[in-house]
Design a protein around this ligand. Structure first.
Ligand code: ADP
Ligand code: MG
Length: 261
């Protein structure tokens, strides 16, 4: 079920068409301990677009998602968007997700509603139904009462996608959603992403499989701490661009540059 607020945002996106920027980055630099993780990034994620962020390890991909979420101070530049935190759904890299706590699959999906409700309020019957429908959509009908710590990593990733369905947000950020996930699950979850895209949501996913990006993600941002290319995937993922990204990663010196301010 979609809340009135989210429906309004998605409808507005559709009316305005795909030329509107959902997120605009202006000369963005983000540092850790004064060392830039991403620097001088400018560009736009268009409303309703489906974009892959690719680049070598340490390129700043996760950092960029965290910055868009508003979780990191900006050293320089701006991130311009009209979204409240509750309008952004975020899936962290699996290595950063703790699932060793006793929680059922249904409770985990229900967390998607809590972002809007606040923890103290009770879920409505419609929201409970929406959670079960979300589980059905990710191929986990019948798993509602299972404990998440008994699931395979692929099944757990399906649960997290169901939670995003329950969140019902116009902007969805996914950090390496298919790592440690089997081919069948990847295939099914790409279908879920395609549904989100067809619904007019803006989806940004950090990915490593270039063929997957070419096939399913019309836009790509190639990041190597700075923007190497940003546009249509087939252009961005040229052999020349990928060579440049690799060469830049090989020359990174973790201690070399320090932000001046
Ligand atoms: P990617 O997701 O592309 O692999 P990250 O955004 O995780 O890259 O990291 C970019 C750079 O910032 C790396 O050099 C990484 O070591 C560094 N970094 C990431 N998180 C932190 C942190 N919390 N503290 C200090 N440095 C960090
Ligand atoms: Mg990362």
């Amino acid at each position: 079920m979609r809340s009135a607020g989210t429906a309004a945002v998605v409808v507005a996106v559709r009316v305005l068409g795909v030329m509107t920027a959902m997120i605009k980055l202006v000369n963005l630099t983000v540092c850790y301990q004064r060392h830039p993780a991403v620097h001088h990034v400018s560009g736009e994620f268009l409303s309703g677009s489906l974009t892959a962020i690719v680049g070598p390890n340490g390129a700043g991909k996760s950092t960029l998602l965290h910055a868009i979420m508003g979780l990191l101070p900006l050293q320089q530049g701006q991130i311009i968007h009209q979204l409240d935190k509750q309008h952004i759904a975020y899936l962290a890299q699996q290595t950063r997700v703790n699932r060793q706590f006793p929680l059922s699959v249904l409770d985990t999906v229900n967390q998607g509603h809590w972002q809007k409700l606040g923890l103290s309020q009770k879920l409505s019957a419609a929201q409970q139904t929406a959670s079960l429908a979300a589980l059905n959509a990710v191929g986990l009908a019948g798993f509602a009462q299972r404990q998440v710590n008994s699931l395979s990593s692929g099944q757990f990733q399906r649960v997290l996608f169901a939670r995003i369905i329950a969140q019902d947000c116009p902007l969805i950020l996914l950090d390496e959603p298919f790592n440690a996930v089997d081919a069948r699950t990847t295939h099914d979850l790409i279908s879920v992403i395609q549904v989100w895209s067809a619904q007019g949501r803006t989806v940004i996913a950090v990915l490593h499989d270039f063929d997957q990006v070419r096939q399913h993600f019309p836009h790509a941002l190639l990041l190597a701490r700075e923007v190497l290319a940003w546009g249509e995937s087939h252009d961005v993922l040229s052999a020349d661009n990928l060579r440049r990204a690799k060469a830049m990663a090989e020359s990174w010196d973790e201690q070399a540059r320090v932000c001046l301010r």
